[in-house]
Each structure stands twice: as structure tokens, then as C-alpha cells.
Design a protein around this ligand. Structure first.
Ligand SMILES: Nc1ncnc2c1ncn2[C@@H]1O[C@H](COP(=O)(O)OP(=O)(O)OP(=O)(O)O)[C@@H](O)[C@H]1O
Ligand SMILES: [Mg+2]
Length: 260
């Protein structure tokens, strides 16, 4: 990869998280540099989703700290983290299946809506202008993701691969600086994976978004990521470029030898 990366934007330090007796994460540290695509890999149950949940405020780790642009955030909820510019997609889709593509992506704009709902309902001037601007952003995302023919389609009626794309659109509507993607290609066929890889690269390239990507497909990870964190049983066992990680004996033992 020849991508130009910048300073550290997200700094994860000594994070430990447990659920009762289960240690989901033990003393995990890694950083994320501006504009890079950082993969997190590891076997099932390794703690990958838990790590994203700590970063975006869904879980509160018992130990450690996370800093975004040098600002440490402890005990922040997911809305506060989102307001700081971190958006995510979910391993199991969190879309409203009965709602259209347009409306689902619009929910990503909620964070940015200033006018209150009453004003919007009455369609007073500023609120109306704001609504038009939000719609414009959403339409741009729909064009970008090439899902124009589905604008009015209920999400539940779309093929799974396209639903994942809508979920990406909802996250993009938040105009994040950091985008956390939890297995965006899970359950996809080869062609759908290629499309999603291209969209992730385009988001990174065109919007300058920094990306954390959990992915099981090593081919995809090798192709599109700059650096890789490897987790196993909640511990970090590898960190480096895709080729460094691929050559690491601990990683080979824990993960790469196993077919996913
Ligand atoms: N809310 C929770 N309550 C109890 N245990 C949990 C919770 N969330 C995660 N865990 C446990 O933490 C460990 C790590 O789970 P996590 O979902 O982070 O793994 P993962 O690497 O994302 O796995 P997968 O590849 O299957 O998605 C597992 O043992 C899991 O059972
Ligand atoms: Mg997971």
C-alpha cells in the first residue's frame, strides 16, 4: 500500500474488559494513524467486536484509556463518541428493515440535526433549509454507493450484500473522521466482497476517512489494509503490516493455519 498516513488519531492504551469471569480483552494497546486502514483479525471470540464496542462507548472497559486526537474519553456513551466523529457499522445489521434505504441513511443524520422536531414538523424556514441540506447529503451517499435504484425500497427486501452497503451509508451519513467496520463483508459472495472492498477504499481515498476494519477474509485484509492488529483469546499477539503479520509464527499458529 502506498497510502500516505498521518499522525496518531486514535490511541488505545492498556484496555482490559471482562464480563463476570470472562476476560474479553486483556491489556490491549494499539494506535490508529490518520487516513490509514487498520484491520483487526483473530479467531471467533477473540475480542474483536468487544474492542470496537469499547472504542465507540458501548462497553466501558475496567482498565485502560482511549484517546481521540489526544483527548482521552472515559465513560462516554456511544452518542458522545459519535459526536466526536466516530461512526460504526454492526456485525449483525442494525437497520430498520421496513424503512426505505433513504430513510435508513437519513437516521445517520440525526446527530447533525440542529432544529428540533417541532420546528421541522411545522416546516419553519431554518428547519426546512436544514432538512433540504440533510437530504442532499443522503442523496450524495446513495449515488456514491450506487444504490439509486433502491432509494425507496424497504431495506428488508434487498439482497443481503446491498443491505450491508446501506449500513455503510448510514454510518457515512454521520460524516465521521473514524469509521469502525465490524465484518462488513461477512456472508458475501466474491463479487459482493470486491464491491465492498472498492467502496471502503473509495471512502478512505475520497473522504480521507480513517478506517478500522474487522474482517475474516485474509485476502481482503492483505489487499486493502495498511496495518493489522491480531487478537487471540482477548490478547494482542501481533501488530504490523499485512506481510509482517503473515510471517509471525504466533499468528500462524493461532489463526492463519485455521480455515475461516
Ligand atoms: N455482552 C457480553 N456479555 C458477556 N460476554 C460477552 C459479551 N460480549 C462479548 N462477550 C464475550 O467476550 C468474548 C469476545 O467476544 P467478541 O464478540 O468480542 O469476539 P469477536 O472476536 O468479535 O468474535 P466473532 O469473530 O465471533 O465476531 C467472547 O468470549 C464473548 O462471549
Ligand atoms: Mg465479532
Amino acid at each position: 500500500m502506498t497510502r500516505q498516513v498521518g499522525d496518531v488519531i486514535l490511541d488505545v492504551k492498556n484496555i482490559s474488559l471482562s464480563f463476570g469471569g470472562v476476560k474479553a480483552l486483556t491489556d490491549i494497546s494499539f494506535d490508529l494513524r490518520e487516513h490509514e486502514i487498520r484491520a483487526i483479525i483473530g479467531p471467533n471470540g477473540a475480542g474483536k467486536s468487544s474492542m470496537l464496542n469499547c472504542i465507540n462507548g458501548v462497553y466501558q472497559p475496567q482498565q485502560g484509556s482511549i484517546a481521540l486526537r489526544g483527548r482521552t474519553f472515559r465513560h462516554m456513551n456511544s452518542r458522545q463518541v459519535a459526536e466526536m466523529g466516530v461512526a460504526r457499522t454492526f456485525q449483525n445489521l442494525a437497520l430498520f428493515k421496513g424503512m426505505s434505504v433513504l430513510d435508513n441513511i437519513m437516521t445517520g443524520r440525526n446527530l447533525r440535526m440542529k432544529s428540533n422536531l417541532l420546528l421541522q414538523a411545522l416546516r419553519f424556514g431554518p428547519a426546512e433549509r436544514e432538512e433540504i441540506e440533510h437530504r442532499r447529503v443522503v442523496e450524495r451517499i446513495i449515488d456514491f454507493l450506487e444504490i439509486q435504484p433502491y432509494r425507496k425500497t424497504p431495506v428488508g427486501k434487498m439482497p443481503y450484500g446491498l443491505q450491508k452497503r446501506v449500513d455503510l451509508g448510514r454510518a457515512l451519513a454521520m460524516e465521521p473522521q473514524v469509521l469502525l467496520l465490524d465484518e462488513p463483508m461477512a456472508g458475501m459472495n466474491v463479487e459482493e466482497k470486491q464491491d465492498m472492498s472498492r467502496f471502503i477504499l473509495d471512502v478512505n481515498d475520497e473522504f480521507g476517512t480513517t478506517i478500522v476494519l474487522i474482517e475474516h477474509d485474509m485476502g481482503v485484509v492483505m489487499d486493502i489494509s495498511d496495518r493489522v492488529v491480531v487478537l487471540d483469546y482477548g490478547k494482542k499477539i501481533g501488530d504490523g503490516t499485512p506481510s509482517e503479520v503473515r510471517g509471525n509464527p504466533d499468528v500462524i499458529r493461532a489463526y492463519l493455519g485455521v480455515q475461516h
